[in-house]
Design a protein around this ligand. Sequence first.
Ligand SMILES: CC(C)(COP(=O)(O)OP(=O)(O)OC[C@H]1O[C@@H](n2cnc3c(N)ncnc32)[C@H](O)[C@@H]1OP(=O)(O)O)[C@@H](O)C(=O)NCCC(=O)NCCS
Length: 188
Amino acid sequence: MSAVIDTEALRAQPELTGENVVLTQLDETYFEPAWQAVHEPEGTRFTGTHATFTEEQIRTWLSSRPGLDDRADYAILRKDDRVYLGDVVLNDVDADNRSASFRIALTGPDVFGKGYGTEATKLILDFAFDVVGLHRVSLEVFDFNPRAQRVYEKSGFVREGLQRDALWWDGEWHDAISMAILETDPRP
Ligand SMILES: CC(C)(COP(=O)(O)OP(=O)(O)OC[C@H]1O[C@@H](n2cnc3c(N)ncnc32)[C@H](O)[C@@H]1OP(=O)(O)O)[C@@H](O)C(=O)NCCC(=O)NCCS
């Protein structure tokens, strides 16, 4: 018998509310801050993004996010004023194995280190396991990103392996650490 996930929940992407952040459907409403974030050097380095994007590509990407039932693209908003803080995504959803990949990026250093990333991670993992019915969520994080590693560890992700020399950046090779969390793992 094949495993079952709630693809309707992925399509509908209900708003997820935490103490200081709200996750809501990512769409073209957030073009301006998302476009600025594309050019933010810290974010580009930490996500290992070599590609460059045109305005048109970003608009098309954002406007095509709603209604998909094989992934969830959430905008992270500050709860008080609904200012856009970044995005958090479940992608590569494999319905047969109830698994997905995870990624997150806040817009820049002015919003790093305030707890927003930890809260957004918790909200989307609760959605992934308790609502969608996924069994496994995995990610990769570069060796030069201890802040992200800390957030993932305290969210319940477990280190599973190391991909040596996975990224060439600024004239040096960097390793990528593989991490994952299962529905049965402790979540704070
Ligand atoms: C990674 C990211 C999502 C984390 O979100 P955040 O809101 O900045 O992080 P938080 O404030 O929730 O938590 C940061 C934690 O890391 C710790 N930390 C910060 N710098 C650290 C460092 N150099 N070494 C170890 N821990 C560090 C903080 O102390 C805090 O842990 P604590 O609550 O136990 O004290 C965010 O910084 C980001 O988007 N960065 C740029 C893009 C990126 O790196 N994406 C991830 C790619 S894998």
